[in-house]
Unconditional design. Structure first.
Length: 197
């Protein structure tokens, strides 16, 4: 059963004792993002290459939180051990989401949601190809796209808080959403005791 309240409650509990480290990790990644976007020509190219590594690192960090493992700031670089796969996965997710969005907005949203577990899958299965991670994500989210859409909508007022604080509240809201989605992944995964193969 998809329990939105449970996922969000777990996320708050997981963040409570780790929020300082999580915020520092998030701020470092955001700072790198801002700096790279300000560098003419070469900056966006570097960002395109390295950002998927940070995305994978965050997936690893939040997965560790679900196992009561305290994160460290250096963990933001863990994803770079599998940067090639992370980069290709990001390209695939972006390409297919855009492709479906060109048809109509709704199919694009549906596909975007169905791909939402792919980085968690790759984080837990570093030897898996990006294509396999994408397909596994579609399998896991099958029958739950509507539930996930409602989950995203439940953060509407949090998003409004981010807007009225000129992005300042994002240092908490972003990790809160990520932690919630991680708990969804752990629950929807076929068997929590084994790695998906």
């Amino acid at each position: 059963m998809f329990d939105r309240i449970k996922y969000k409650s777990l996320a708050k509990e997981q963040l409570r004792c780790n929020i300082g480290t999580i915020i520092i990790c998030t701020l470092i990644i955001d700072l790198i993002y801002i700096v790279l976007t300000r560098i003419p020509a070469i900056g966006p190219i570097i960002l395109f290459i390295v950002y998927p590594g940070f995305m994978l690192s965050l997936s690893l960090i939040f997965l560790a939180l679900t196992e009561n493992i305290k994160p460290q700031v250096v963990d933001i670089f863990k994803g770079f051990e599998n940067l090639g796969n992370a980069l290709w996965l990001n390209i695939l997710v972006s390409f297919f989401s855009l492709l479906w969005s060109l048809l109509f907005i709704v199919p694009g949203i549906i596909k975007g949601i169905s791909y939402s577990m792919s980085f968690f899958i790759l984080a837990e299965n570093p030897k898996m190809s990006a294509d396999e991670a994408l397909n596994k994500s579609k399998q896991i989210t099958k029958g739950h796209v509507g539930d996930l859409f409602v989950l995203y909508l439940s953060f509407f007022w949090w998003a409004m808080l981010v807007a009225i604080t000129f992005g300042l509240a994002a240092i908490y809201v972003g990790p809160y959403m990520q932690a919630t989605l991680t708990n969804v992944y752990k629950d929807l995964k076929p068997d929590d005791s084994i790695v998906i193969s």
